[in-house]
Design a protein around this ligand. Structure first.
Ligand SMILES: [Zn+2]
Length: 269
């Protein structure tokens, strides 16, 4: 599933192409027929990202809410193009210069601003939303204070922290040296604060690069970040049985709440 950096990057790049333009809106697949025709011919004011949700605000005050889920995919193209529109295209947005093609999302619906606010209120602080950077640690601590589930499970809950997925949760817990099985209500404020600042740092890097890179080049014997090979970009995600890049211990894996986590038993305590 795409993590928050992918969603924010999509919003930023799509804004460059479509913001402020009058757009043709269609649903070639048919499953978004009434919604897409409701906003056809309107001007797109702006696209916002929050956690793994996208909101397209149109002139009329209507919003299109998109959640990619596991299989959703965007494709943007400059026009003219020979590329055919595929039959499974749920939502097709076209300007005079560009085309946005969305297939396979979990959610694609027209909603109003009250519904947008309701979705946003349910989400925890998002490391990539600047105004969320005021007292996020306090908000997280509040939502964790009565929970005993492992912190590794809690930070995938979008109500606690919005935007993390399976790769970032393993890497961030590794970088702050926290055992993923620590009960959520026993995580110190210092650790929560480190968790937040590492999330901001890494998701910001991921948003810019369009991929997840968490390793320091020196830890894999390289000098510069751009020299990192494909298998050198992460510390522990999917590296079970391999040596920890920093201490040499064996990276372990286990199931937490139905999804695998990876960690270094020496450094994460
Ligand atoms: Zn280690």
């Amino acid at each position: 599933m795409p993590e928050g950096h992918t969603i924010h990057r999509a919003a930023r790049l799509q804004n460059k192409r479509f913001k402020g333009k009058v757009l043709r809106s269609e649903s070639p697949q048919g499953r978004f027929d009434s919604g897409s025709s409701q906003i056809d011919g309107q001007e797109l004011r702006k696209i916002y990202a929050n956690g793994k949700h996208l909101f397209y605000e149109f002139d009329s005050g209507d919003f299109v809410h998109v959640h990619l889920g596991l299989f959703g995919k965007f494709r943007t193209l400059s026009l003219p193009t020979d590329d055919p529109v595929s039959e499974n295209c749920r939502w097709l947005l076209t300007s005079d210069t560009d085309r946005l093609h969305l297939a396979g999302p979990t959610v694609c619906e027209v909603i109003d601003s009250d519904q947008v606010d309701a979705i946003r209120r349910r989400l925890g602080p998002d490391p990539l939303v600047k105004r969320h950077r005021e007292d996020p640690v306090e908000k997280m601590a509040k939502r964790l204070s009565r929970r005993t589930i492992p912190i590794g499970a809690a930070i995938l809950d979008q109500k606690v922290l919005a935007g993390l997925g399976n790769v970032y949760r393993a890497e961030i817990l590794y970088l702050i040296g926290l055992d993923p099985f620590t009960p959520s209500n026993q995580v110190s404020i210092q650790d929560l604060s480190a968790l937040w600042s590492e999330s901001v740092r890494l998701l910001t890097l991921g948003e810019r690069a369009g991929r997840i890179v968490t390793t320091e080049p020196a830890d894999v014997g390289k000098q510069r970040a751009r020299d990192l090979g494909r298998y050198e970009r992460l510390y522990c995600y999917k590296r079970h049985g391999e040596q920890c890049r920093r201490c040499g211990d064996t990276i372990r894996t286990a199931d937490i709440d139905g999804r695998n986590i990876w960690w270094c038993p020496t450094e994460q305590t």
